[in-house]
Design a protein around this ligand. Structure first.
Ligand SMILES: [Mg+2]
Length: 227
């Protein structure tokens, strides 16, 4: 067990169950197109969403185009046209309105907020991240909330972690544990910056990372890692 003073938490699929929220939120899109909200619809959307995010992460498109394209390109493939920004706004509102939690998320934050400095580090969109934390009252557990969309650089970039680390008060890097579900953005990013890392596989998908200091499948297991 190490004596960490600062815990950096990813949010989506670490604290929040993003997939469950998105499943509800996406229905507004299907309704707007008057299409059945079935697996085919979801698959087409996820393909275009993934494509838009990949381009965004490679700096090929900006944040506005990302928000718009995923909906407009999906509509196009389905033989329709739609105002992507309008649907994007509705979709993000729904994400905030329907938060779901990963098991033990609140008790974990509550517990460690008493003894540790907690920092939220997320690559999500600014319309969602802080409003959602506030809505469920989790904002009170975090000393800082760092949203990539607000600072213009995302995990795993060194600049992202440097900014978050500065906001955290520049603790010794060996005192920081980065906890997240993404082997690349959370684990490689945290590791390369000099933090210990904990890969959290909440849905037990068997994901692995050679760089992770620890691997867990339940937040309860943090008690074996954090003093
Ligand atoms: Mg995540």
């Amino acid at each position: 067990m190490s004596n960490y003073s600062h815990l950096f938490f990813d949010l989506d699929n670490t604290i929040f169950d993003f997939q469950s929220s998105s499943d509800i939120a996406l229905k507004v899109f299907a309704d707007a197109l008057r299409l059945p909200y079935d697996q085919y619809f979801k698959d087409v959307y996820h393909k275009h969403n993934h494509e838009a995010w990949s381009k965004f992460e490679m700096n090929l498109i900006d944040g506005i185009t990302l928000r718009k394209d995923r909906f407009e390109n999906t509509a196009k493939e389905l033989g329709q046209s739609i105002d992507g920004m309008y649907i994007n706004r509705k979709y993000l509102q729904q994400l905030v309105e329907h938060p779901f939690f990963i098991d033990h998320a609140e008790s974990t934050l509550q517990k460690y907020a008493q003894t540790h400095t907690l920092i939220a580090v997320t690559n999500g969109l600014k319309e969602v991240q802080k409003p959602r934390l506030k809505k469920v009252g989790f904002d009170r557990y975090f000393n800082q909330v760092i949203v990539s969309d607000e600072i213009g650089v995302a995990k795993p970039a060194h600049e992202f972690f440097h900014f978050a680390w500065e906001q955290a008060g520049k603790p010794p890097k060996s005192n920081v544990l980065m906890i997240g579900d993404n082997p690349y953005s959370d684990i490689k990013g945290g590791h390369d910056f000099g933090f210990d890392t904990c890969l959290f596989d909440a849905f037990n998908t068997g994901k692995k990372s050679e760089l992770a200091t620890f691997q867990i499948t339940s937040l309860i297991e943090l008690k074996h890692i954090i003093k």
